[in-house]
Design a protein around this ligand. Structure first.
Ligand SMILES: [Zn+2]
Ligand SMILES: [Zn+2]
Length: 840
């Protein structure tokens, strides 16, 4: 029996503001608290959350993203890793210019103010970032390396300039990359149809890496399958053959060759027309002296434009015109009519296709509509070789067949014919096997002010001349008049535009476009490893230590743009010898969105939950923990105020318990534990096991936190019998409770740590270990009688319910055989003691 208890009386009221302000101040006084260790012999762990755009204030989606990363970083620190956990600002971009126009604040001022505000928010939320490595992409110490890279890419032929049709958003007043056009509309302006304009633009040759970007996806098992699928589709590789048809009759300025890409060259003997896009250059030749055809083609162009604007060119109602001209099929010399069709586009493939109605869905539909010949050249293999082959229902589109009516290739299986016919085309100089990609080169020119100046000069004598490396950075001038019309604002700054040619010393004009901001985010995570380096983007040895990123965390909306560009950038840097990893990140996690009242949070819906508000009302710990607890991190989270209140109540219970029991000394031998003590011990080890498992596996932090809640319930359940729990166990369970809470509610955990009299940093305190033997439910043996006579023994958990005991008894093989064929009249159960089955 306990002889006496000693307890220190503490204020049991959980005051989140008091606790969090106190720790916040202490942490700020120790800037090296979250710093990665230089020259460490510990295993490294690089955990990274995507850097935000400094819009002015964090939203709850940020809080969720960073709470996941922060929990992981803290867990890895406690597991003895050298952790790199940096943060920065993706701070170039259009919103700063819009704000400049509407508030008359210069973009740099607006941006830096927002950064200061958001950084303060992050600190108040307690995120464990190493601010000594902060990267701000709009500052010259960062963007100068964008310029440096650009020149390197230019020297390697990976950056080039060409005139091209570009996507133009009239609201952004700038060019958009293909990736920034969503269903024909601007990615920022869902209501704005993207126009086509012809401009001189800078491109990065990402297509040179298309094959590798695609193949690499198979070697990223730590990336979500949905992201890999999106990238595969975006790269859009298809194997086929490029075949040149010839224009019959006189040729115009576009010449007489009509290259056609097909994935089914095996069906070419069934081609009964060639279909050209209205924008095809040969069509322009044909319409030059044919006003009637010109009018009709204009009509097709208009239909096509409209379909593009509505977002789905594939859904267009198909129209075409027979031009009266013919193309010659190089395989059999046959003349087939040339049509112009509104569903054929120039920006995909060659802008020309061969139409094989018998073996293609779309061609079949078109041929039926216009009465074009349908010629069968593929037949299915008969089930029985003796059987005569019957013509299949059309269109017959599978590769599972063989060729007929196909000259020397008749009789070949489709798969064999694909190869043989491509070889034949190549031998005879009218085609070859080829691979096409949907992926296009990355257009990076933006006619905007707030971005990295492209470090190029134009000299009358020398043409395009890169800015010499020693003259970098090309500084973005301040006090520039920004309007969203009339092209690049920098072109109206004479002091910027007028330069000296480094080659001839004569006058030169500076490039006035700036870089797409996705350049900034393509390599920023390398800079974190060596953020203050003035001589290079980073030190390669340092990058070798930290890369690849062990865990990258961010929104799935970046699956294509940011994540393809940064994979491309990594491969380019690898080929430059700067890095040795093939991919930037080993594992990627995409968290779910936060919604409220069934909709995405937005100002217009009035359903925005502000992190500042939540911190003020409930505390940072509650806000963070709620975003982790409400659902699993990959699922959509439907915000409930009652949910965060529940978390606050839970933290309050934790606090009260430790306030009452932190210093309790109980004089109980710890040799053999009584039932209450054993219950606590078992629950503790089970909880450590569950939380540790969740960190290893799928990060179901909601179940981790639920487990900690159960542990606390257990502590409360036996609190009135706490006098029978040995001091050592009571101290152990409270210490481990602080450790288990540390990744999710760091303020509370640190406060508990201090209340428990612990010295040293909680951040580096070892993660608790569990003992599987102690976690196991105790089992007991219960005798089973049949009609009062002992017939067997069953083993059940100590706390097994009556139902469990009954089921166990009836499932026991011995008992089953004893009662077989008899009628069970009654089962008497004395829990923990006895089962008696009454049969007749
Ligand atoms: Zn736009
Ligand atoms: Zn010159």
């Amino acid at each position: 029996m306990p002889q006496e208890e000693k307890t220190i009386i503490r204020d049991e009221r959980y005051d989140a503001q008091r606790i969090e302000t106190k720790w916040s101040e202490r942490w700020q006084q120790d800037p090296s608290l979250y710093a990665a260790e230089p020259n460490s012999t510990k295993p490294k762990y690089y955990v990274l959350e995507m850097l935000p755009y400094p819009s002015g204030a964090l939203h709850m989606g940020h809080v969720r993203n960073y709470s996941i990363g922060d929990a992981l970083a803290r867990y890895m620190w406690m597991n003895g890793y050298n952790v790199l956990h940096p943060m920065g600002w993706d701070s170039f971009g259009l919103p700063a210019e819009n704000a400049a126009i509407s508030n008359n604040t210069p973009p740099p001022e607006w941006t830096l103010k927002n950064i200061a505000n958001m950084k303060a928010q992050m600190k108040r939320l307690g995120f464990a970032y190493d601010w000594s490595r902060e990267v701000t992409t709009c500052l010259p110490d960062y963007y100068r390396w964008n310029q440096w890279f650009f020149i390197k890419l230019y020297e390697k032929g990976l950056a080039y300039r060409k005139k091209s049709k570009v996507n133009w958003c009239p609201k952004c007043a700038t060019v958009l990359a293909n990736e920034q056009v969503v269903s024909g509309r601007c990615w920022r302006h869902e209501d704005t149809v993207v126009e086509q304009r012809e401009l001189e633009q800078w491109f990065l040759r990402i297509t040179q890496y298309a094959d590798e970007l695609l193949a690499g996806l198979d070697k990223l098992p730590g990336w979500p399958e949905k992201v890999r699928t999106m990238q595969r589709n975006w790269i859009g590789r298809s194997e086929g053959a490029l075949i040149e048809f010839k224009l019959d009759g006189p040729a115009g300025s576009a010449g007489s060759k009509i290259p056609v890409f097909t994935t089914r060259v095996d069906t070419i003997y069934g081609a009964t027309s060639v279909q050209l896009a209205p924008e095809h250059s040969i069509v322009a030749d044909m319409t030059a002296n044919n006003p009637d055809l010109a009018t009709k083609v204009e009509q097709l162009k208009a239909e096509q434009r409209k379909a593009k604007e509505s977002g789905d060119i594939g859904a267009i109602e198909k129209h075409g015109i027979n031009t009266g001209r013919y193309a010659i099929n190089p395989f059999n010399g046959e003349k087939i009519p040339i049509w112009v069709a509104n569903y054929v586009v120039t920006d995909y493939g060659t802008g020309a296709l061969m139409s094989v109605p018998a073996h293609d869905e779309r061609d079949y539909e078109f041929a039926k509509k216009y009465g074009i010949e349908i010629r069968v050249v593929i037949l299915p293999h008969p089930d029985d070789p003796e059987e005569t082959v019957v013509e299949p229902p059309l269109p017959f589109t599978t590769l599972d067949g063989f060729l007929v009516n196909s000259g020397p290739f008749s009789g070949l299986d489709c798969e064999k014919a694909l190869a043989a016919m491509a070889v034949h085309a190549e031998k005879n100089n009218f085609g070859k096997a080829t691979v096409t990609f949907r992926l296009k080169d990355w257009g990076i020119s933006r006619q905007r002010y707030w971005g990295t100046p492209i470090p190029m000069l134009y000299c009358e004598k020398d043409g395009i001349v890169p800015v010499p490396e020693k003259d970098l950075p090309v500084i973005l001038p301040e006090n520039v008049d920004i309007t969203l019309t009339g092209g690049s604002p920098l072109s109206r700054v004479p002091g910027f535009v007028n330069a000296v040619c480094p080659k001839c010393g004569g006058p030169a004009r500076r490039e006035t476009d700036t870089m797409d901001t996705f350049v900034d985010s393509s390599w920023y995570f390398y800079r974190y490893t060596d953020a203050r380096n003035d001589n290079a983007p980073f030190d390669s040895k340092t990058v070798d230590y930290w890369f690849p990123i062990d865990q990258y965390i961010g929104g799935v909306e970046h699956a294509i743009l940011h994540l393809i560009y940064s994979r491309f950038w990594t491969k380019v840097m690898r080929d430059m010898g700067m890095v040795h990893n093939n991919e930037p990140a080993e594992r990627l996690f995409t968290q779910g969105m936060i919604i409220k009242n069934g909709a995405k949070m937005s100002k217009s819906l009035g359903n925005v939950v502000s992190p500042d508000d939540m911190v003020q009302r409930y505390g940072a710990d509650s806000a963070r923990m709620y975003t982790l607890f409400a659902t699993s991190p990959d699922s959509e989270l439907d915000w409930q105020d009652s949910g965060i209140e529940g978390i606050q109540r839970f933290l309050s219970r934790v606090y009260r318990y430790v306030a009452r029991n932190a210093d309790r000394e109980i004089n109980v031998q710890s040799g053999s534990l009584g039932p209450e003590a054993r219950q606590i011990q078992r629950k503790l080890h089970q909880t450590i096991q569950r939380v540790s498992d969740d960190f290893q596996g799928r990060w179901h932090f909601n179940t981790s936190i639920a487990a900690i809640m159960e542990l606390v319930n257990e502590l409360y359940a036996v609190e009135d019998k706490v006098a029978s729990v040995p001091s050592s166990l009571l101290a152990e369970v409270q210490r481990d409770l602080a450790l288990l809470l540390a990744p999710f509610a760091p303020y509370m955990a640190n406060e508990l740590w201090e209340m428990l009299g612990k010295k040293g940093s909680l951040l580096r305190a070892p993660w608790p270990k569990f003992d599987p033997a102690l976690a196991k439910e105790d089992e007991i043996e219960i005798p089973v009688q049949v009609n009062g006579k002992l017939r067997g023994l069953i083993r059940v958990p100590a706390e097994a319910s009556k139902d469990t005991i009954r089921d166990c008894a009836l499932a026991d093989e011995k008992i089953k055989s004893v009662i077989a064929g008899k009628e069970v009249k009654n089962i008497i159960i004395v829990p923990g003691r006895l089962v008696n089955i009454v049969v007749k």
